[in-house]
Design a protein around this ligand. Sequence first.
Ligand code: ARG
Length: 459
Amino acid sequence: NQEKLSSGRFTEATDAFVEEFTASIQFDQRMYKQDIQGSIAHARMLYKVGVLTAKEEDAIIKGLEHIWSEIENDQMHWSIKQEDIHMNIESRLTQMIGVTGKKLHTGRSRNDQVATDIRLYVRDQIDLIQQDLRRLQAGLVELAEREADTIMPGFTHLQTAQPVTFGHHMLAWYEMLVRDEERLLDCRKRVNSLPLGSAALAGTTYPIDREYTAQLLGFDRVCQNSLDGVSDRDFAIEFASWAAIFIMHLTRFSEELILWSSAQFQFIDLPDRFCTGSSIMPQKKNPDVPELVRGKSGRVYGHLVSLLTLMKSQPLAYNKDNQEDKEPLFDTIDTVRGCLRAFGDMMPALEVKRDNTYRAARNGFATATDLADYLVRKGLAFRDAHEAVGLAVAHGVKTKQDLADMSLATLQGFCEVIEQDVYEVLTLEGSVNARNHLGGTAPAQVRLQVAQAKTRLAS
Ligand code: ARG
């Protein structure tokens, strides 16, 4: 019991199982860097306000830097007896520099320490995730540019609707990721607030300078209420919500990639390095990466619900419940980063089977709306045009021919205003090129949006 940092009050040693049950060192050691950064800033602040001498500050900082390198070199001995990352590092410091090490915790509690560590950790991860997001955005833009003229069927209800360009479809995904990036950066603002100085819950009697600590650690602001500072986990829930929305987007991409690479669609070829085979069926090439990403949405949504449930009804201020915030949060981060990496590698390598997407667009009467619009230009009311084209489509279904394959006489049988120029609007190229306005599917618009995206990504 003696080696424990908080043994004074106890008359018997902690039960061995309870020790294990209550420890978090197994999973919170990944915050060692943030814990040490926080401690160094705290020590510098204590020196600035006269609580530590220059010599003490120096010894503490040198000791912490040494521990940092021990950890990086796998030389740190992690002990369950020291419960968590905070006490493991502090006890190692005291072991190294003696009584001065015991002064580091002046004016601080593990409650504000852990809240600070998590915020620093999440902030660091947000910055890395933003880079990964941008990499995927760039990959989609590259693909959109390559496939700006590629025609495919656009769908509603998964039924052929109107022709679109493949590039336009990729830019739809890009737009989702731009919003994801905006939401992520907005979440970062609330993550980047300093709890340290809240101490256990009520603040501390030392003349601390929280603004200084915040400045040293790159926080934009200081948590304004100590009770809130130690107990707020909104930022973690917000991040998990962000992740849930983001991975929902990836499941939509995944679903389409899975469909498109099937023998029934054959729109794309996923490079072999992103697929696996079957142990029994020799012909199989399975789209494992998108399938797994789609499946991983389950745990990300689950972690959001875990965190919401963890915080639900918690009275102020810190409760040990909060130790349960880390595993869902860390797994959310790992999952998101894994998915981003896989998609970032895969998307630019996607091979589009242009002949197949073109043929598919020719098959489902994708230009029926164009014909209706043509009739409107010739003077019909839209509803009458819709009716006439509907009859033409029914004829096409019965006789197995596309609108563009019907003779002029046949078409005129459905509406006498139709003339030879109708064939210009019945082509797929004519259809997509005609939608040449902001947000439309025309190749010219895709190129414009690609250029804008590239400018944005370069900034
Ligand atoms: N390991 C703890 C956590 O993750 C650190 C804070 C512990 N504070 C306490 N009063 N027991 O939340």
